[in-house]
Every structure is written in C-alpha cells, then in structure tokens.
Design a protein around this ligand. Sequence first.
Ligand code: ATP
Length: 300
Amino acid sequence: MLKVENVTKYYGDKLAVDHLSFEVKKGEIFGLLGVNGAGKTTTFRMIIGLLDMTSGKITLNNKPIDYSMTDKIGFLTEERSLLTKLTVFEQAIYYGVLKGMDKVQIEKKLDEYLEYFHISDYKYRKIKELSKGNQQKVQFITAILNDPELLILDEPFSGLDPINVQLFMDVIKQLKEKGTSIIFSSHRMEHVEMFCEKLVVLVNGKSVLEGNLKEIKKAYRKKNIHIVADNLNIQKLKEIEGVEDVIANETETIVKIASQDHVKKVFNFVKQCEDVSKFVVEDASLNEIFLEKVGVIYEG
Ligand code: ATP
C-alpha cells in the first residue's frame, strides 16, 4: 500500500504541494486530478524519489521508497522519456534489466504486450521511427514489464485515440486484478469516471475534494434530469423552484436541479406533456463537480 502523509513541497518560495495526504491500497485505482500546475507531477516525482519533499512522509508497504524498490515500481512520465535511438527491443532490455529482470523474461513479456498492442512488427525498429501513439505504447510497456506493485501513470491517455485508450484501460484493469496499486493523473474527467475508484482533486497543491468516486457523486446534491417529451415548455421548466438551469439539445432536455428534493415538482410538470418517453434522474458528472470545486473553466 502507498501512503502519502502530510507532504509539502516548496520550490524556493513557491508552494507546489500543500500538506497532501492520501492512501492507495493494493489493487486500487486512484486518480490524482487538477488543472495545469496543480502539483500532480511534483507529487509523482516525490513518490518515486526523483524529488525531495520539503516535509511529510511517503511509504510503500510501510517502508520509505528508495532505490532498492525500483523493481516494484512502474512509472510512465508525462514528458515521454524514451531512448529514441534504440530499437523497441533494446529499450525493453535496458529498462527491464534496470528493474532486475532477466533477458528471457523481458523478451517473453515484451512479445506478449507488443502483440496485444498490435505493434509486433516494430520490435526491431528504432523508437524514433514510430508514431507518437506507438511510442507511448512502448513507454507504457516498459513501465509495466515487471508487473509492478505500484504503477504511476502521469497523463497516460494524452494523445491516444479512443481505441488505444480502451487498450490501455484494459491492461490497467488487468494489473489491478493482479493486485497492482495504480495512481494516475488526468485532465479528462470521463477517463477518471470510467475506471477510477478513489480520487483527490488538487488546487494549488492542496486537496479540495477527495474520497471514493461513488460517494463523492452521491454526496453532491445537484442532480440532472434527462427528459424526452413533446411540447415541453422550457421557460416554465426554468421557473420551477429548485431548477437551476435547463439545457435543450437535439435529443433531450437536461434539467439541472439543486437537489433530489425538487424531482417531484419537475415530474408533476412534465407528466402533463404529451408523449413522455424519458424521465431519468442522474448524478452530476465528475466534470460538473470538478468545475464547481476548482472554480475555473476547465478545458478538457
Ligand atoms: P501539469 O498538468 O501542467 O503537468 P502539474 O499538476 O503536474 O501540472 P506541477 O508540474 O507539479 O503541476 O507544478 C506545480 C507547481 O510547481 C506549478 O506552479 C509549477 O510552476 C511549479 N513548479 C514545477 N516544477 C518547478 C521547478 N522545477 N521550479 C519551480 N517551480 C516549479
């Protein structure tokens, strides 16, 4: 289990991480969220010991993280850090050996993952000849070759198309099943929502929201009602007490209400319409919660 306790980081007099605490248990997927400059990369770098913290404590299985644990950790850095003159195979051997694996074991794992990601043909090609997305796959593979106990993924999906995002997610879920603790950062709330159980949202290095995703969504009082009905009077809907906004799009109307308590009034109004084919109350999206907590326009 990874434990981050009361960690603070100053760069000179610039406060980058402010008394941050969280835990990632075995087999858990944890999201570290925040806008640019919130302190995510700094936190990751402190976890793997690339950067000293100003104060606080970070442990993996109750021990401070040091060089001797390299073989237990996988790290996909935000700034892609491949040795571009090497071939994919040479790169895997280089990192695999650093993580204490033997060459036969490395090649076996590499072949499996190259096949899974449909890039077996690139095994003996130089990294610099690969497309950006394929370079990212190679970097991801080198981070997970050793079946790490702790996997840190800094913006793992940036620049990937939806099909490859899904391939990455499926591998991440398999690693979770095997017991890997996974911590990742992302700007894309829909990715976080898809497979993350716990999260912390950072603003200026400080946690403004944290906990279990389902509980966060449940506790957030605002709800959205999705309606499909003929002759829905948008103006009248807006006048109902507790209705904060109404968004009519091509396929449905979304009524944003202050809390579950206002559902009945909206329902009573809508049922007078002709041909109501949809009336569904949903929790707010993580993006909406994020926007309110962070208080800035989020550019996903
Ligand atoms: P992004 O999403 O843009 O990658 P981030 O959440 O990873 O951002 P960090 O890179 O951790 O944020 O930066 C946190 C803060 O610390 C920012 O204000 C940044 O300008 C500052 N910072 C980061 N590295 C340094 C450094 N080497 N020296 C001084 N300040 C730094």
